[in-house]
Design a protein around this ligand. Structure first.
Ligand SMILES: [Zn+2]
Length: 333
């Protein structure tokens, strides 16, 4: 009985001061003890953060978002995070548990759709870096093979997963059709986005002038070093290929500060640290959208690099394969 009374701030035969008791210098109001305990044990829900396209956000009939890594329950990729936080891994990777990914997907849909979430179906792809574009007509289908998917069915959230590759979302505002693309260098080389616009023309009678496009975060020209063979492949496909590549010299602080230490007898241009060849996949996909007839004013580019920003994004390259997946989604109401 004494313990019970003590637990609510009373002691047998006496009463604590109405003004409260003092513990370790902090004043605890007696009457509010229970409420305070409830507040301190509540785990704050981490925020789910999306990148959005300002152009698509203006269209009320469309739901879209490029997920980032914050706000999930996955902890395997960053075990050092505070207990109340986790990654929003949306892909069934070999390192993460299935139940985590399912919980993350539910969180993502609720964050984006709120109460509407129960009326929507998530449609994902078995992605293989192919140029395969799928058209969703079957109202029951939720998983297809390919690297792009489009539909004019309402309440379908089309999702592509990436961790450095480039996600591209399209909306035909006249015909109410949407499309989502996964474009790595192979898909980009195979013109997956241009092909996709072609399929929209056939399938929905889309006029590219009515398309609003968004290119999400992916590995940027700052970080995406590739081999010479990739340049050759792009040069064989695109007249504008030289504009997509740049030579980047890796900055080495010690070398920059003490150049004399590293002076060699090599001829200029034959230093052992040569330039790296970097590819701009954002621009490559933007050019394909332009070539497909979409107006430059209707294309938005998020323009943030996943490989530079692993506190916000998953990056396959920076994290050497041990990473989760973000999802870029679009659907019509
Ligand atoms: Zn970067």
């Amino acid at each position: 009985m004494d313990d019970l009374l003590a637990s609510i701030g009373l002691t047998h035969g006496t009463r604590s001061s109405r003004k409260g008791t003092w513990t370790e210098g902090a004043r605890k109001p007696v009457g509010k003890k229970k409420k305070l305990a409830a507040e301190t044990t509540k785990v704050p829900t981490p925020k789910i953060d999306f990148d959005f396209s300002s152009l698509l956000a203006k269209a009320p009939a469309v739901v879209h978002g490029f997920s980032t890594r914050s706000g999930g329950v996955t902890r395997v990729y960053r075990p050092g995070l505070p207990k109340s936080q986790g990654d929003l891994n949306l892909g069934f990777t070999s390192h993460d548990e299935r139940k985590n990914v399912e919980a993350n997907r539910t969180r993502m849909m609720q964050a984006l759709l709120g109460k509407e979430a129960k009326d929507w179906k998530l449609v994902t792809l078995q992605q293989r870096h192919t140029p395969v574009v799928r058209v969703l007509r079957d109202t029951e289908a939720t998983h297809l093979r390919g690297d792009a998917v489009m539909t004019d069915l309402p309440h379908r959230l089309l999702g592509v997963m990436t961790a450095d590759c480039i996600p591209v979302l399209l909306y035909d505002r006249k015909n109410g059709a949407v499309a989502a693309f996964h474009a790595g260098w192979r898909g980009t080389l195979a013109r997956i986005v241009e092909r996709g616009v072609g399929t929209m023309k056939i399938e929905y009678g889309t006029d590219p002038k009515d398309i609003v496009a968004a290119i999400g975060a992916g590995i940027g020209p700052c970080c995406y070093s590739v081999g010479e063979e990739v340049r050759h492949e792009f040069e064989s496909q695109f007249a504008y290929a030289p504009e997509l590549f740049s030579d980047v010299y890796e900055s080495e602080p010690i070398r920059d500060k003490y150049p004399l230490l590293f002076m060699t007898a090599r001829a200029p241009g034959h230093s052992p640290i040569g330039p790296q060849l970097h590819l701009d996949l954002w621009e490559a996909n933007r050019r394909q959208l332009l070539d497909a007839g979409i107006s430059a004013k209707k294309i938005s580019v998020v323009g943030t690099c996943t490989a530079c920003g692993t506190s916000r994004y998953f990056s396959h390259r920076t994290e050497e394969g041990f990473t989760g997946r973000m999802m870029s989604v679009i659907g019509v109401r």
